[in-house]
Design a binder for this molecule. Structure first.
Ligand SMILES: Nc1c(O)cccc1[N+](=O)[O-]
Length: 243
């Protein structure tokens, strides 16, 4: 998978070359290229924004600069690309989104700042039949899309074949089965008077699996009843329903 990120703060994306993601790049599983949007400005001030039509606070990012940047970056590689625009006004980015994007040959992230990118940039891409997703990582206000790109790239790349040491762990993650993960424990057996639940030390794999499933159901019901309600009809078996 090739990942391109267009931003006015390239340094913000430096963490993408650390740890797991850095190893994926080193192993050739991911190609990452970060581009400074200001490279496509033509004025001495390298202006990337302007006042909003209709008035209002803040500035809007200019379509000319973004249009030239996206055209140039897309032309760098012939692989088909999905353009991703992080925005608080986007559809929710979920584990299902991350899973779906693992099938993409290329992702091009457009990081907006200020009050966002002139809408015509997305409209122009869509009318050219370029796949464009406007997505949100959460209902809170960030200063720009760069942090959201860090989140989304990690969520996607960790799912790519060969990235995680143990592929099974991606299957047991929270959300992979629609539920939150339950509590986890490691040594010592007792810590500050708190003992590891006995079932986890029993060696009885069936009982352990049932206990873990019950804790996941319990935690999901308490913290995210919306996830429980969204489960497909056949996702819960009789033992789950008895819980
Ligand atoms: N929430 C937010 C924002 O305020 C600015 C850019 C991107 C996002 N987001 O992806 O959630």
């Amino acid at each position: 998978m090739r990942i391109d990120v267009i931003t006015i703060f390239p340094g913000y994306l430096a963490p993408l070359r650390e740890a797991l993601l850095g190893r994926a790049i080193g192993a050739g599983l991911v190609d990452l290229a970060v581009h400074d949007l200001r490279s496509w400005t033509r004025d001495v001030h390298q202006a990337v924004d302007d006042s909003p039509y209709g008035g209002g606070p803040g500035m809007v990012m200019r379509p000319q600069v973004w249009g030239e940047a996206l055209d140039a970056v897309l032309a760098l590689d012939e692989r088909p690309a999905r353009i991703v625009v992080p925005t608080p006004a986007g559809r929710p980015f979920t584990q299902a989104t991350a899973q779906a994007w693992t099938g993409e040959e290329r992702l091009v992230f457009a990081c907006g700042r200020y009050e966002g990118i002139d809408q015509r940039v997305v409209d122009d891409a869509r009318r050219r039949d370029l796949p464009v997703d406007e997505v949100s990582i959460g209902d809170y206000v960030l200063v720009g899309g760069e942090v959201a790109v860090l989140v989304m790239v990690e969520a996607v790349v960790r799912l790519l074949p060969g990235v995680l040491g143990n592929p099974a762990s991606a299957q047991q993650d929270s959300f992979s089965d629609g539920l939150l993960e339950g509590p986890a424990y490691t040594r010592p057996e007792v810590w500050r008077g708190l003992a590891v639940p006995e079932v986890l030390r029993s060696g009885n794999h069936a009982k352990i699996a049932r206990w873990r499933r019950d804790r996941a159901l319990e935690r999901t019901a308490q913290r995210r009843p919306d996830l429980l309600a969204a489960l497909p009809e056949d996702a819960l078996d009789d033992a789950d329903r008895a819980f």
